[in-house]
Design a protein around this ligand. Structure first.
Ligand code: HEC
Length: 177
């Protein structure tokens, strides 16, 4: 009985605490005020674990067809580059203003690629999942609502090559004829 009472008090205190934080207005939701290190870590770990779990069984198709770079490139230029930038560009209104900031997908990032084959596959699956489903409470939209899996895989194929492209090569690949 004592334990039950203690549990009940703890639950009431917990719910009361959460409600106090919610309704006192102390949480700053401004995009120009960064999270504390702890909250940032908490959100990042939650996001990465969730994506890893959701993406791990996705089957990756053959992405070696050069045609994919052309379709994926045009889509990237029109739908993604305003936030995720392109070769020769370091910032945009979106990349500076959004929080969390959209990563610059035109530069190689070892933390996302990994060094082993397994990690490369996982990053390919992750990119597909994120493009298709988006990420809640960030600026990343779910493109799967309006685009087929084929078009999303073409963008995934393009993303693999993007960090290796010069501004000129990027322009050629993403031009609409
Ligand atoms: C309005 C801005 C915006 C647009 C447009 C946008 N994204 Fe994003 N994207 C984001 C943000 C912000 C994040 C980071 C979200 C986070 O960290 O929680 C993100 C994350 C990602 C990631 C995960 C990167 C990583 O390794 O963590 C990928 C891949 C991605 N976007 C691809 C795309 C592609 C492809 C397109 C175009 C079809 C696109 N995005 C369009 C804002 C955008």
């Amino acid at each position: 009985m004592k334990i039950l009472k203690l549990l009940l008090i703890l639950i009431i205190l917990g719910v009361g605490g959460v409600a106090a934080v919610m309704y006192s207005g102390v949480v700053d939701v401004a995009a120009d005020e960064p999270h504390s290190d702890f909250v940032y870590w908490l959100l990042e770990e939650t996001r990465e674990t969730s994506i890893k779990k959701a993406a791990h069984s996705i089957e990756v198709p053959d992405l070696s067809d050069p045609e994919l770079l052309l379709t994926g490139g045009v889509d990237y230029e029109y739908m993604c580059s305003s936030c995720h930038l392109k070769p020769g560009q370091n910032e945009s209104d979106m990349s500076l203003g959004l929080y969390p900031a959209p990563p610059n997908l035109a530069v190689a990032d070892d933390s996302h690629k990994g060094h082993e084959h397994g990690d490369e596959m996982q990053s390919t699956r992750k990119n597909f999942w994120v493009i298709k489903h988006g990420i809640k409470a960030s600026g990343m939209p779910a493109w799967g609502k309006t685009h087929s899996d084929e078009r999303i895989w073409a963008m995934v194929a393009f993303l693999k090559r993007l960090p290796t492209l010069t501004p000129e090569q990027y322009q050629v690949l993403t031009a609409v004829d």
